[in-house]
Structure formats: structure tokens, C-alpha cells
Design a protein around this ligand. Structure first.
Ligand SMILES: NC(=O)C1=CN([C@@H]2O[C@H](COP(=O)(O)OP(=O)(O)OC[C@H]3O[C@@H](n4cnc5c(N)ncnc54)[C@H](O)[C@@H]3O)[C@@H](O)[C@H]2O)C=CC1
Ligand SMILES: CCCCC/C=C\C=C\C(=O)C/C=C\C/C=C\CCCC(=O)O
Length: 271
């Protein structure tokens, strides 16, 4: 029996989006896919201005003047994040889509990695509650398959991605959805060809040998481009129910269904 057609939860034409870490890789591919869907405006943001300016030039060439702008935004600063969101809301009359995508891999600087990956995503989600409520808005947080299968040599990074999935599921709970009418979703990419792997083992890992092993495994696992994650994210925004978790791996979009806790527990004794 054919499965029922999914119900579209958001019309993308005419909408406004903000993407953190949007100047390169997966974030830029998300911008490209959203613009192709007819968004009114995509704000790419990031901490490296020259990447942002280059990204805007590329998107403007492809989609025309005024569809894409760059905002300097380091997600470790709540003040910067809030200013950017407020400015967009005031210029555009509202913000419909926020993609909390900025992320780094750096076990050597694991505290910074935690601040960018977890706290940066938290800041975005809290600002969404403050500035994007009651307009059918949608937030997609970029996690990783490392949230399900922790990468042995990336404990801090794997933990950060588990946290992103966890906090998104909590924000996405039906109770909160009823209160704010915002959908919170997760996209968890598998190994994807982007600049995130352009690092030397010693520069991001406290154990250089582990770093070398990690990178070799990562390079040989990279079998998809960022476009796959961009396209998958568009589908998720259109059809994903609040709190849902999605994987984009091997050029496929997959829905993750979390088993009930009782189904994987083995009773040892009464206490
Ligand atoms: N490439 C891959 O295989 C996978 C990547 N991811 C995640 O996808 C997201 C995007 O990464 P990629 O596109 O692969 O790499 P990327 O390095 O091209 O993109 C990361 C972006 O975040 C920006 N960024 C870094 N620190 C920032 C900060 N403090 N504030 C604002 N922006 C900052 C960078 O400038 C860059 O533009 C990350 O969250 C990453 O963890 C998840 C699974 C696999
Ligand atoms: C192994 C990672 C080295 C550094 C790579 C940089 C970024 C990684 C981002 C991720 O989110 C990791 C995603 C997937 C892990 C991919 C491959 C690991 C292969 C190991 C294995 O197959 O068990």
C-alpha cells in the first residue's frame, strides 16, 4: 500500500530565513536550497566576513539582487546574536526560519567547541522563543550522526551533537509547540564534503595520532556533498513535525524514530 502524501506544514515562498555559519559548506548549501524554493530573503551569517561577502556574491549571481545578505554574527555572543535577530525582524517585519548551523570540530579547544556548538544553538533557540513565536516559525538545528554513534576520538564534539539533538527534542515537545507555535527540528548529517575537515591533526586534537586516525576515517567516509543536506533541510522545514529528528547520509534523507526507553532496558533486579 502506498504511504499517504505528507502534509506540508510551511509554505516557503515569501519567507525570511537566518542561517548561522551560513557562509560556507552545509550552511551555504541550505541558503542555496531555500532561495531555489522562492524565499523572499536569506540572511547568511558568520564570523568570517570575507566568506560571507563571497557567499552573497555567489547567491546574488544565481538568484538576483536583494535575495541574500550577510550579517556578521559570532554565535558565542548572545548580544551580537540578539542584535542581528532584532534588526532582521524590524527590517523584514518578522523572521520565519532560523537554521542554527554554526559548528566547529576542535578537541584541543573543547571549551570553545562547546560554546559554539551547544551554547550557540541554545542562544538561537532562546532568541527564537523571544522573537519568532506565534507566526508558524521553524528552527532547524544542525547536529551530526555523531550524536547517535559517538566518534571515538571526538568525545567533546560527539557530546555537543548529542546535546543539540537533546535540546532540540525538548524545545520541540508538543507542550512547548502549543505555547509558542514554533517547530524545532534536527538535521543530523553524515560525513559531508566541506571545509570542516581542512584541519591538521595537531591543530584540533589533544592527541595528534588520534587526530590523524580520525581524519583518515572522515575523509574516506565523505560520500556526499553539502547540497544533499541543503535539499534534505528544505524537506524537513516543509514537512517535519516539531521535535522530529532527521539524518542526511549517503545522499539519502532518513527519518529517525526514537525507540521507547522500555524497549531497550534489561531488568537486573528490584531495589
Ligand atoms: N561536514 C560534515 O561532515 C558534517 C558537519 N556537520 C555540522 O554541520 C555544520 C556545518 O559544518 P560544515 O558546513 O561541514 O563546515 P564549515 O566549516 O564549512 O561550516 C561551519 C561554519 O560555521 C562558521 N563558524 C565557526 N565558528 C563560528 C562562530 N563562533 N560563530 C558563527 N559562525 C561560526 C564557520 O566560519 C563556517 O562558515 C556544523 O555544525 C558541523 O558540526 C555535521 C555532520 C557532518
Ligand atoms: C572522524 C572525524 C574527523 C574530523 C572530521 C571533521 C568533522 C566531522 C564532523 C562530523 O559531524 C562527523 C560526522 C561523521 C563521522 C564520520 C566518519 C567517522 C568514521 C568512523 C566510523 O565509521 O566509525
Amino acid at each position: 500500500m502506498a504511504s499517504a502524501a505528507p502534509i506540508q506544514l510551511m509554505e516557503l515562498k515569501g519567507k525570511v530565513a537566518l542561517i548561522t555559519g551560513g557562509a560556507t559548506g552545509i550552511g551555504l548549501a541550505m541558503a542555496d536550497s531555500l532561495l531555489a524554493e522562492g524565499l523572499k530573503k536569506v540572511y547568511i551569517s558568520g564570523n568570517i566576513d570575507k566568506d560571507g561577502e563571497e557567499a552573497v556574491r555567489e547567491m546574488t549571481k544565481k538568484y538576483g539582487e536583494g535575495r541574500c545578505s550577510f550579517k556578521h554574527l559570532d554565535v558565542t555572543s548572545l548580544q551580537q546574536f540578539e542584535e542581528v535577530v532584532k534588526e532582521i525582524v524590524s527590517t523584514e517585519g518578522g523572521l520565519d526560519i532560523l537554521l542554527n548551523n554554526a559548528g566547529i570540530v576542535n578537541e584541543r579547544k573543547w571549551e570553545l567547541q562547546t560554546d559554539v556548538n551547544i551554547n550557540g544553538t541554545m542562544r538561537g533557540c532562546l532568541l527564537a522563543l523571544k522573537y519568532m513565536a506565534n507566526r508558524g516559525a521553524c528552527i532547524v538545528n544542525t547536529s551530526s550522526i555523531a550524536c547517535f554513534d559517538p566518534v571515538p576520538y571526538l568525545p567533546g564534539y560527539s557530546a555537543s551533537k548529542s546535546a543539540i539533538t537533546g535540546l532540540s527534542r525538548a524545545f520541540g515537545d508538543p507542550l512547548l509547540f502549543k505555547e509558542h507555535n514554533i517547530r524545532f527540528l534536527v538535521v543530523a548529517p553524515g560525513a559531508t564534503k566541506t571545509g570542516i575537515g581542512n584541519i591538521t591533526p595537531a591543530s584540533y586534537h589533544y592527541n595528534e595520532e588520534w587526530g590523524r586516525i580520525n581524519l583518515e576515517q572522515f575523509y574516506s567516509a565523505q560520500d556526499q556533498g553539502p547540497e544533499a543536506v541543503g535539499k534534505g533541510t528544505v524537506y524537513i522545514i516543509k514537512y517535519g513535525s516539531s521535535g522530529s529528528v532527521w539524518v542526511v547520509e549517503h545522499n539519502q534523507l532518513l527519518r529517525v524514530t526514537q525507540p521507547k526507553r522500555e524497549s531497550y532496558q534489561t531488568k537486573i533486579m528490584d531495589l
